[in-house]
Write a protein that binds this ligand. Sequence first.
Ligand SMILES: *Cc1c(COP(=O)(O)O)cnc(C)c1O
Length: 359
Amino acid sequence: MPSRADLESLDRADPLARFRDLFALPEGVIYLDGNSLGAQPRQTAARLAEVVEREWGRDLITSWNRNGWIDYPARLGGKVARLIGADADEVLVCDTTSINLFKALTAALDQRPDRRVILADRANFPSDLYIAEGLARRRPDATVRLVEETELAGAIDDSVAVVTLTQVNYKTGYLHDMAALTRAAHEAGALVVWDLAHSAGALPIDLNGAGADYAVGCGYKYLNGGPCAPAFLYVARRHQAKIDPPLPGWLGHAEPFAFDTDYRPAEGMRRNLCSMPSILASAALEVGLDLMLDAGIYALRTKSLALTETFIRVVERRCPGLFDLATPRDPARRGSQVSLRHPEGYAIVQALIARGVIG
Ligand SMILES: *Cc1c(COP(=O)(O)O)cnc(C)c1O
């Protein structure tokens, strides 16, 4: 087990050390729950005050152009793209993860009219399963098939239109092999929608390298965008022109400000926009994204694996036999979290919170 002195020397050599002070964490709190709500970048408060006082207060409606409000979904999408192995014109920041999942699953089903099944893993985040079920109930041609996490690859047959998967499991931190599962789906003629809620900002992702079709992800977890920050949607360029948006709002129209009675979808990614996401929320997310890009996702991954590995070793040495490790030991199969199982888990976490450790 590493000694305290070993750990302090690792801290001194940490290339990311300067980022600690860029977050407004309260004194006396050890915050380990950034996978649920990311911490607050110090810069966020000043940036929000600027948007309120100058952009909204003084510049008013001229801000759409003067302060680039109209470009938020695409501009932030371009920043997210750099974290997930996509091109800038393949990502939009808008809506929520759940709503973007609805849009992506609808597009994928539309592309496979001769197939009925949305295949999902039973351990997926509940909202993702609810959205898939809600969509299937509205389409006489669709049904959701749930299988165990480990049985996914074998369950993709020629009835499957689309596989919907969260890359890193929110409970266990299990990391799916994106390239292999995408390949297995494509070999069976199916499409894949990846949910990156627990991987964007947590580890390097290569959507285009994996040949991915669609992806969604969350702005308020690892991206530190603030409570209920807008989410993102990725559509591989080859699919973009085929999309008939299920929520064809005015901002996805070819000419939103022509106020045309007839809907004509915008070229490319922008047709997936329904309305503008909140400008205040978008401005806050941009602060989080800029910090993430400054730190660099490879450096973050190196540190994340060192932290999770050290934590696992310390728990195993200091609390032998007390917990089951739910997270894979293999770093190649682990997201950026460590989950321990215990029958009194809830009470233990509450007791830790009372001592300033938020797990
Ligand atoms: C957090 C989370 C969601 C919910 O995101 P919303 O933006 O609130 O819809 C969906 N899926 C996964 C995997 C999540 O972790």
